[in-house]
Design a protein around this ligand. Structure first.
Ligand SMILES: CC(C)(COP(=O)(O)OP(=O)(O)OC[C@H]1O[C@@H](n2cnc3c(N)ncnc32)[C@H](O)[C@@H]1OP(=O)(O)O)[C@@H](O)C(=O)NCCC(=O)NCCS
Length: 161
């Protein structure tokens, strides 16, 4: 599947995109709380994204990049999983757009590509998680029609309540 719009192309990820995609993963530290290691978050994202490249492609799902003027400027990964209430649904693993291309609509187009993929899988909902402190992502998803569904609480046990 390929979607062309002006000079931007949204297309499935290819092996030659690997370095650019790994570089984009460093953006996924946005909003990580101080009690988590941002490098560990980025490394985990890199490993999940690496699962979308051949030959070690072992991940069910898809990944798309935004190619603008010959350069990869954004990436999204999507898969399916079962919600604990029973139905299968789609899940955005990672979404990142290079700062120089921010706010030009690439994030929205990548999200649309992931949603199209999800519809093709026959699922009725897309879901994702992002850091509570990632206000940009929260605004982005809210603007795209996403509603906040759950809140995760964390407390350090060696500190007073
Ligand atoms: C979140 C992210 C993917 C958005 O990508 P983007 O390409 O800049 O977003 P778009 O240009 O498609 O924006 C679509 C809409 O989202 C909202 N939005 C995006 N960035 C915003 C910001 N910084 N502040 C407020 N609203 C914002 C706006 O409504 C925007 O529409 P508008 O520009 O017409 O007002 C990008 O900021 C990013 O890569 N962040 C770092 C990585 C990250 O946090 N990923 C999400 C974690 S899962």
């Amino acid at each position: 599947m390929s979607v062309e719009h002006s000079s931007v192309q949204i297309r499935p990820v290819r092996e030659e995109d690997r370095q650019a995609v790994m570089d984009l993963a460093s953006l996924l530290r946005e909003g990580v709380p101080e009690w988590r290691d941002p490098e560990a978050v980025v490394e985990a994202a890199r490993q999940w994204l690496a699962g979308h490249f051949a030959p070690e492609r072992d991940q069910p799902g898809a990944a798309f990049v935004a190619e603008a003027e010959g350069e990869v400027a954004g990436v999204v990964s999507v898969s399916t999983q079962r919600h604990f209430t029973g139905p299968m649904e789609a899940y955005i693993g990672e979404l990142a757009v290079a700062p120089h291309a921010a706010r030009t609509g690439l994030g929205r187009r990548l999200l649309s590509a992931a949603e199209d993929w999800a519809r093709q899988q026959g699922v009725s909902h897309m879901t994702l998680e992002t850091a509570a402190g990632n206000t940009t992502a929260r605004r982005f998803y809210a603007a795209a029609g996403y509603r906040e569904e759950a809140i995760r609480f964390t407390r350090a046990l060696d500190q007073p309540a």
